[in-house]
Ligand binder design. Structure first.
Ligand code: SAM
Length: 305
């Protein structure tokens, strides 16, 4: 299985791309064009997105192709909203697991470049979406993403900061209904391309420090969520040390927190497209030939008190 995974990641020409539609933009003809090109919807569309009531969840519209075709990215034009965002479709799993409801206060702790913030806004209209990113350059990139996809009339729902995510739990304790920790990780796709040089050595050193940073970010998220609220932890690595070991260590040390399974209905609805492994504390999407989505690890925790 690991050989297949490595072969897929070492062959970018085999990678598939998801096309996440932007419900705030003019989508005239786009769905028909994608369908004509052989794209299908990742998720079953039970209700028409334009006829949503206030309470029904908005179906995420992500189009995928069984072949590694890629449509062009759209350029940034001030005042115009982009119609779609290209992404690894497995990166929608943390957002679908977070399951944001209308009016909830949400924190995206490590948000740049903004793919998951954007996906959250496709599934519901939160009361507040606080997007945070430590790195200044990436924070500016995040601002640009939000500006490109989200209408000015709704921007009062967004708050964007560049703080160290490890401090937010103590600055805003219990302030959010849901928190996403899409943690900095050793990113298996980039890692396999790291040249065997000084940069590679630096990455190796940083990599050993990641589990501590990830635990601190997850603890901060648990402090930031209200009792009864949900935290989703995700990475795009298959490293056990950065996935289930982080979650298990935090569960052992942080009082009043329980591990929740991901919804079986969600896993079932994605199983035709994603290859799931079932590690001890969460779910892991592993890239396979013809199903190159992932890697993506997701775990769901609830703060009890
Ligand atoms: N969620 C993003 C998306 O879907 O587009 C990707 C997030 S990326 C996996 C992790 C991000 O965490 C990086 O942009 C990194 O700069 C940021 N980061 C690293 N350390 C951080 C910290 N201490 N606090 C907040 N963000 C941090």
């Amino acid at each position: 299985m690991f050989d297949v995974f490595r072969d897929v990641l070492l062959n970018p020409l085999s990678w598939q791309y998801g096309v996440l539609l932007n419900r705030f933009s003019d989508l005239t003809n786009l769905k028909q064009c994608l369908t004509a090109l052989g794209y299908t919807n990742l998720l079953p569309q039970t209700t028409h997105p334009e006829s949503q009531s206030h309470t029904t969840p908005i179906p995420l519209q992500c189009f995928i192709h069984r072949d590694p075709v890629r449509i062009p990215t759209q350029g940034h034009h001030p005042g115009w909203l982009k119609q779609y965002y290209l992404l690894n479709a497995a990166s929608l799993l943390p957002v679908l697991t977070l399951d944001v409801k209308e009016g909830e206060n949400v924190l995206d702790l490590c948000a740049a470049p903004g793919g998951k913030s954007l996906a959250i806004l496709q599934t519901a209209t939160p009361g507040l979406l606080h997007c945070n990113e430590l790195d200044k350059h990436r924070h500016d990139w995040l601002l640009k993403t939000l500006e490109s996809y989200f209408p000015p009339t709704l921007r009062h729902l967004l708050s964007v900061t560049h703080l160290d995510g490890r401090s937010i739990g103590s600055v805003r304790p219990g302030a959010y209904d849901k928190v996403l920790v899409d943690a900095p990780c050793s990113n298996d796709r980039s890692w396999l391309y790291t040249p065997d040089t000084h940069q590679g050595e630096m990455w190796l050193k940083e990599r050993t420090q990641l589990p501590l940073l990830q635990k601190e970010l997850l603890c901060s998220a648990l402090a930031a969520v209200r009792p009864g609220g949900v935290v989703v932890y995700s990475t795009c690595t298959m490293s056990r040390a950065e996935n289930q070991s982080v979650v298990e260590a935090v569960l052992a040390s942080y009082p009043g927190v329980e591990l929740l399974d991901l919804e079986q209905q969600l896993i079932d609805s994605l199983s035709d497209h994603f290859y799931f492994a079932h590690p001890s504390a969460g779910q892991l999407v592993i890239p396979q030939k013809g199903k190159t989505w992932g890697p993506m690890y997701v775990s769901r925790l609830r703060r009890i008190y």
